[in-house]
Write a protein that binds this ligand. Structure first.
Ligand SMILES: C[S@@+](CC[C@H](N)C(=O)[O-])C[C@H]1O[C@@H](n2cnc3c(N)ncnc32)[C@H](O)[C@@H]1O
Length: 316
């Protein structure tokens, strides 16, 4: 039997259209959204994630005072970004989203290995390590400058930075870029020892970085928040700012994974109701898009039961 490239609940299939119709029905949407939140928080707390306490700690941490520092007045938010995400009306640009992101990230990691008794932190470390292991064969020998696009509250950035520092003898300068100043304020708050060189508020499609400034750019769990057009524009920008021979490494949901294709209806409906661009993400051939933009596409590597890594190199 031929391998299915994406789940039936995404894209143009009848099932997908039916789900989309339900989501477009306002009272139903609001019911699903609230249900999604309740399930997510209660399940996380049961599995050892201190969701409510982390929120409180961040609220009292002084993070809010950093909002101004991370608000670049020249940033113009694209339309696709100014829609509700993850059941937050303000999308990624609100304190609720930023204060819940650390716990939501741990919960995401725990979902990958449901049969194993992992602590939230152990699952998170494993989620990152499987990505690092998958991309290791493609990385340039010497990496000095690294950019994590869509860094959010910085967990992907800090784990990547530590991995590269352990792997290499030279000093690594790592930068996180995100479109949400709320997320960046939390990223700085959590980066207590200042491991990351800079947290930057900016649009990945149009950065202020000079040509040829990075050896490695990652996009971790962010592609599914983008439209096809935004992905292409971001790839074009990354091709510009990478050095020749530099690497673009992506990790996100794997549309061909049996776990993803066989999600129970309650879960895929909840997922679709909280991720506005999921149909676009599941119908995008990321490797072909990399090639179209000018990368040398290296391959797509399943990194865990739900996710895969996709790697492209800027031609030398
Ligand atoms: C799901 S989070 C990323 C999670 C994080 N990289 C990790 O692995 O834990 C997606 C992030 O991408 C950011 N984002 C979305 N579109 C963006 C764009 N065009 N430019 C920069 N950041 C963007 C959002 O603000 C959000 O913080």
């Amino acid at each position: 039997m031929q391998q299915k490239l994406k789940p039936d609940w995404a894209g143009e299939d009848l099932l997908s259209k039916l789900v989309n119709k339900a989501i477009e029905t306002k009272p139903l949407y609001s019911l699903m959204k609230n249900q999604a939140r309740r399930i997510m928080i209660n399940t996380a707390e049961k599995k050892g994630i201190s969701w409510r306490k982390t929120y409180q700690d961040l609220e009292n941490s002084g993070a809010k005072e950093l909002l101004k520092k991370y608000t670049n007045p020249n940033v113009v938010y694209p339309d696709y970004y100014q829609v509700p995400f993850h059941s937050y009306e303000g999308g990624d640009c609100c304190w609720e989203a930023a204060f819940e992101a650390p716990s939501a990230t741990l919960a995401m990691a725990l979902r990958v290995w449901p049969q194993e008794k992992l602590s939230p932190e152990a699952a998170h470390q494993r989620l990152r390590s499987t990505f690092h292991d998958a991309i290791a064969p493609y990385l340039p020998e010497k990496i000095t400058d690294v950019l994590d696009v869509g860094c959010s509250i910085g967990k992907s950035t800090v784990t990547l930075h530590r991995y590269l520092c352990n792997r290499q003898k030279n000093k690594v300068r790592t930068v996180g870029l995100d479109l949400s100043p709320y997320m960046l304020a939390v990223a700085e708050t959590l980066d207590e020892t200042g491991e990351i060189s800079e947290w930057i508020h900016g649009l990945a499609e149009d950065t202020d970085f000079a040509d040829n400034s990075f050896d490695l750019v990652t996009i971790q769990y962010t592609l599914h928040e983008l439209t096809h057009q935004a992905t292409k524009n971001i790839f074009r920008e990354i091709l510009r700012i990478l050095r020749p021979g530099g690497c673009l490494a992506i990790v996100d949901m794997n549309p061909t994974s049996p776990v993803i294709q066989n999600l129970p209806p309650s879960l895929f409906v909840l997922l679709k109701s909280t991720e506005p661009w999921l149909d676009q993400f599941y119908t995008l051939d990321v490797g072909a898009t990399m090639t179209e933009i000018g990368f040398e596409y290296q391959g797509t590597i399943p990194s865990d039961p739900r996710h895969h890594a996709i790697v492209g190199i800027k031609p030398a």
